[in-house]
Design a protein around this ligand. Sequence first.
Ligand code: PMP
Length: 345
Amino acid sequence: MIKLKPSVEKLNAYFVNDVPYKVKLDANEGSNYLLQGGLNIEDFNPNLYPDSDSKLLREKMALYYGCNPENILAGNGSSELINMVINAYCEKGDKVTSFVPSFSMYQTYCDLCGAEYEGVETEKDFSQNIDKLIDKSLEINPKIVILCTPNNPTGYVTAKQDIIKLLDNVKDSIIIIDEAYVDFCENSIVNLINNYEQLIVMRTLSKAFGLAGLRVGAMIANEDLVRQIWKVKVPYNINILSQCAAVKSLENINLVNLYTKEVAILREELMNNLKKLNFTVYDSGSNFIFIKSPVDNLYEKLMICGVLIRKINYNSDIYYRITVGTKEENEILLTEIKNIISGEI
Ligand code: PMP
C-alpha cells in the first residue's frame, strides 16, 4: 500500500459513536425549531450548481452579524473554514497555539498540514489566563492563535477585555476567535473585525440555529483578509439545499433569540440540579455544561440507559460534557443519573 504522509499516517480516523439512544446530549446540537414549515422544491433548483459565492446567504448573515457581506466567507460548517485558514497559513513545522483543553479538531487540522499545535494549559478551574497565551505567542511566534469562547468543552467565557489584550499584544499572528457558541451568551467581538487586521471570527449555524445537519458556518474578518482566504475555498462549497434553508432561518432571528434565552434558563436549572447531586459543575456560557462526576463510569452507565453524553479525558482525570437538552430530555437525564447514584444501574 502506498504510504500516507507521516503527519496523516499517525492520525486516528474520526468515527462518530453509532449506538442506539433515546436522548442525544453528546454533540451540542440545537433543537429542530427553525425549519418546521419545511422547504419547497420551488425554493431552489437542484439541477443547477449552487451559488459558489453564497451571495444571498452572506447578505443575510451580514445583517445578523452586523457587518458587510464582503466581510464574510461562508463555509460548509465552520469546521471547513477553520481548516481552510490553517491550510492557508501553515506549512510543515509552522506553529499554532491555543488554550487546552479546547476543540479537538484544531489539533487534527494542524496535523493534516504538518503544522505543530502547542497547547497552553488553562487554570485548575479551567479559566484562561490570557497573559499565558500572549507570552506563549510571543515566545513561539505562531502563524495562528486560536481562542474558543465560550470554550468547547469547558464552557468558559473569555472576557472581552482579555480578547482585546490578546489582539493588542499579538500582532504578527492570525488570531481566530471561535465563537461557535457565542449566541448563547452575547459576548461576541465581531464588531472589532475592522480594528484588527489579524482578527478572524468564526460563527456557525450548527448550535443556536439548530442546523448542524445543514453544515453552514461563517468566517468574518476585514475585507482584505476574507479575499485572501477565498483563495483556498473550493467552488460550490455549500450545497443548494443548505444555502436555501440557512437563508430562511436567518429571516427568523426572533426565534433564534427566544431559543437561546430558553437554553440559558434550562442550562442554569440543569447545573443547579447536578450541583445538588454533588457534581462539580463549571460555569458555562454555552448550550452545554462541563462536569466532574461523583460516580464512576457515568458515560458508560448512561449509555446503557440510552442517554448519550461526551466523556473527556484530560490530564489523567475524567470529565463529562453534556448538551443542554429540552426540559423533557434534561428530566430523563436527571432521572437516570439519580438511578445510577442510588445503585439501581
Ligand atoms: N468550533 C467549535 C468550538 C465547535 O464545538 C464546533 C462543533 N462541535 C465547531 C467549531 C464546528 O462546527 P460546524 O462545523 O458544525 O460549524
